[in-house]
Write a protein that binds this ligand. Structure first.
Ligand SMILES: [Zn+2]
Length: 275
């Protein structure tokens, strides 16, 4: 159990605002960023407009009071509510969340959803691969920003790099990362990461992924024997060595000649700039 956090004097507009009290209130408020809809406060012990706005938002949205207090007191009801974090149990992260919500932010598999310039390059590269006898399966093209954000947070919580009690909220997405203790929160984030297929990534998936703007494609590429492929300059190159899939370094050069560049540590991922 976490001990209740107390303040020694009043906190609010025109109050004594001892630095340690303000810091306590800021720390407590930061647990409610998702529910009250404000971004994480700097825990600097200074009572400024952002802390004041967060305190108001907390009272309105979490305590459901229509007349929020400007000043809060030691032992008062606002402080009690701040200590009793209300978790959004309906939207707990994990496998179930994925099954219930992911269809609201689906990743496209259609090349037509790519940005038009990049789309032309991918189509040319894919045609060359298929002409050479390879099979190409497109598994992802454009991805909604919200999905990219959820993937990013899932990875950070799974790795213990984000505190599940105060994960930066995603506008328009209801998800509760805090399962009551750190291990359970991490395990649920791992389940989610597995569903997204990002559990073994060495870096957090970027919320500004090239998929969001339609400049990335995930594809599974396979062939057997030698691959006689025409590069972007019209020259035939025969790939005889290396693995017969998208990890082949020779193939990465061919892709680049079409303007489709490989992100090496992410097997299916190709983009306009290799990111
Ligand atoms: Zn990708």
């Amino acid at each position: 159990m976490v001990a209740l956090k107390k303040i020694s004097g009043k906190v609010g507009r025109g109050a004594s605002n001892n630095a340690s009290d303000v810091k306590t209130v800021q720390t407590l408020l930061n647990r409610f960023t998702s529910q009250a809809g404000f971004s994480k406060l700097k825990q600097d012990g200074l009572f400024g407009p952002r802390t004041e706005a967060a305190l108001q938002a907390f009272q309105r949205k979490v305590m459901k009071t229509s007349s929020p207090k400007k000043v809060i007191e030691p032992g008062g009801d606002v402080l009690k509510h701040l200590n009793a974090r209300v978790r959004d149990l309906k939207n707990l992260s994990g496998r179930k969340w994925f099954d219930n919500n992911q269809r609201n932010y689906p990743t496209s598999r259609s090349l037509s959803d790519l940005e038009s310039g990049f789309q032309r390059k991918v189509r040319s590269f894919k045609a060359a691969l298929e002409y050479a006898g390879a099979t190409v399966t497109i598994t992802a093209t454009r991805r909604p920003k919200k999905r990219a954000e959820v993937m990013n947070r899932a990875w950070l919580v799974m790795k213990g790099q984000a505190d599940p009690t105060c994960v930066t909220p995603i506008p328009g997405v209801a998800i509760e990362w805090d399962h009551g203790n750190k291990d359970r929160s991490k395990a649920a984030a791992l389940e989610l990461a597995k569903r997204f297929g990002i559990q073994s990534r060495s870096q957090a998936p970027s919320p500004n992924s090239r998929h969001v703007t339609g400049h990335a494609v995930d594809m599974k590429i396979r062939w057997s024997g030698d691959l006689p492929i025409i590069d972007g300059k019209g020259k035939v190159v025969i790939i005889k060595s290396g693995s017969r899939d998208g990890t082949n370094r020779e193939l990465h050069k061919i892709g680049a000649s079409y303007g489709v560049r490989k992100l090496v540590n992410d097997e299916p991922h190709w983009s306009s700039d290799g990111k």
